[in-house]
Design a binder for this molecule. Sequence first.
Ligand SMILES: [Zn+2]
Length: 320
Amino acid sequence: MNNALAYLWPLMDAPRPIVAAHIVAAWPAGVHQRLLELGFLVQAADADRVLCPECQGHIEEVIASDGPGGTPRFYVACPEVSRAHVPAATRRQWAVNAPRFAEALAATLKLTGVCTELAPNRAWRLGCTTWQDATRDVVLARGLHWGDAATVRAVIVRARKPIVFVPDAKPSDDLWRGRVPPILALSQVATDCEKGIDVDPLEIAAAIQDAGERVSDSGTIAIGMDQLKSLIRQQVKAEGKTGLIDDILVAAYRQHGTVREAAAYLSRETGQEVSKDQVHRALQRSGGVAVVLNNHDSPSVVRSRPSARGRKTKKPTTSI
Ligand SMILES: [Zn+2]
């Protein structure tokens, strides 16, 4: 049996997740039917452009003309036969039903909480899990390697210590400002099984553990006072007046111990008004004061850049 999901990942990674009849026809037997059964592919509106059914050598716009009894007939211009008739089946195409997939993945992972869409057809909070005593949101995202990925990043970083699934292509670490969340490619951990999606918990555990060791080149969470200042400067330069990321607000709180002093410090350093409320809200989003302080020494938070280089995947010692 082919792993039907292997044909889904490239579609989910495409900005226009639609597959044409002539592509589906080249898939191994059973794959298309299986993806339809699972509800991950659904029939979309007929294509306006198709592969020429006569010579299969070019893609052309479909032209409609009146046929017998007023029913339209469709054809494409073809250099070989002038007009190539386009049967209805040739125009069929199918779209990925990403919300349906997100629901199924959430069920497979046995997460708690409700699966909710965070960004239209781009990101979903699948639910949450407990990982090394911390509650973490599990997120599915599409297109973190596309040009507009910053908009999706913005909703992901608001999640609680997110663990992020992507179909296949992973974004570069530069996408993140500060801690790089664990990014798991479904193509490496998920396969088709009788019940739907099968995931390998050991692969997931290994990926999360490995990702916990890394920080992006644009910042570090192993915050000394000097590093925090440098991070603030980078952030202010990069984002203008759009505000500080939670990691910085939380790091300032850790340095100063009170919301008021953290806000005063950040206002001085940025030359902008940073309110106590902003610091407070960042703390809440990061799990509250107790969680923030308790995680101070956790391996996923306190790491410096030099030690993050060249690390190898460790064998997992726990499972999700
Ligand atoms: Zn042709």
